[in-house]
Design a protein. Structure first.
Length: 278
């Protein structure tokens, strides 16, 4: 019974600092418990070790956890780096030549959307991005079906949005191609790589849109923009009615619209696939 009481006191002593004010006092109390037979020699030695190096043990534990986290973070970074698309000079060339669009690239309807931008290509690029958001993100499926022309016009805006990004990334592209980077923390390489990879993703989306309507990557931007916008206007005309007096121009538009029907269906699928990948 006495031995049990002594052992209980030992446990309380280990878990609380109430029983001793200093390390030496704690050691003396522990020694008395051991000599009274309350604990074994091994338990006594382990307790002494705990008293003498509690902080070191905590530090070691923290260090172990820290090292483990660092290893996991390094593995995660390495995995992410492997997943990043490789940037090559050939891919950079496929992005096209940076061109600052003037008003000749846009239709009358597009210029109305760019009111207030004057000659600022950056402003037009930002407004084009806003139109994209309205056409592909904010617009519901029901609205897209009711107003299909908006989506096609959105493709014209995508051309402007992409070309704006490409124009303002031209310094990054040149710097990367010529490998003009300073060593150390001030290097802009990471920033440039991020910007270039963003453009590589955008060019894939742009090419998919063009291919869906019978164009390709070599189609001049001015031509692609006007074709997209014109087709969007055709779709905005609404449901046709029987009228023998339709003028020749409208009949041609109707024929062109019929020719594009299948391509539009293909375009919607490609856009959805592209959004899923992003």
């Amino acid at each position: 019974m006495i031995k049990y009481i002594i052992y209980t006191l030992f446990v309380l002593f280990i878990t609380s600092s109430v029983f001793a004010k200093t390390l030496d006092q704690k050691k003396n109390e522990l020694k008395k418990v051991y000599e009274a037979g309350g604990i074994s020699k091994i338990e006594y030695e382990k307790a002494l070790e705990f008293l003498e190096k509690p902080k070191d043990q905590k530090k070691a534990k923290k260090k172990s956890i820290s090292l483990s986290k660092n290893k996991d973070q390094k593995k995660s970074r390495k995995k992410k780096d492997k997943e990043l698309e490789e940037i090559t000079l050939e891919k950079i060339e496929q992005l096209g030549k940076p061109v600052k669009f003037d008003d000749s690239y846009f239709t009358e309807g597009m210029n109305k959307k760019f009111l207030g931008c004057n000659n600022s290509f950056k402003c037009k690029g930002q407004k084009a991005g806003g139109e994209l958001y309205k056409a592909f993100v904010k617009s519901s499926k029901a609205a897209q079906q009711k107003f299909p022309g908006r989506m096609i016009k959105g493709m014209a805006m995508y051309e402007v949005f992409y070309s704006s990004k490409l124009w303002y990334a031209r310094k990054s592209l040149e710097r990367y191609k010529e490998n003009k980077y300073k060593k150390g923390l001030l290097s802009k390489r990471k920033k440039d790589e991020k910007e270039i990879r963003s453009l590589l993703g955008m060019i894939k989306g742009r090419n998919s849109m063009r291919e869906a309507l019978g164009m390709n990557s070599d189609t001049p931007s001015k031509e692609a923009i006007k074709k997209f916008w014109l087709l969007g206007e055709f779709l905005d005309l609404g449901t046709g009615v029987k009228n023998k007096k339709l003028d020749k121009d409208l009949k041609k538009r109707k024929e062109l619209l019929e020719a594009y029907k299948l391509q539009i269906a293909s375009l919607k699928k490609k856009l959805q696939d592209n959004n899923d990948e992003e």
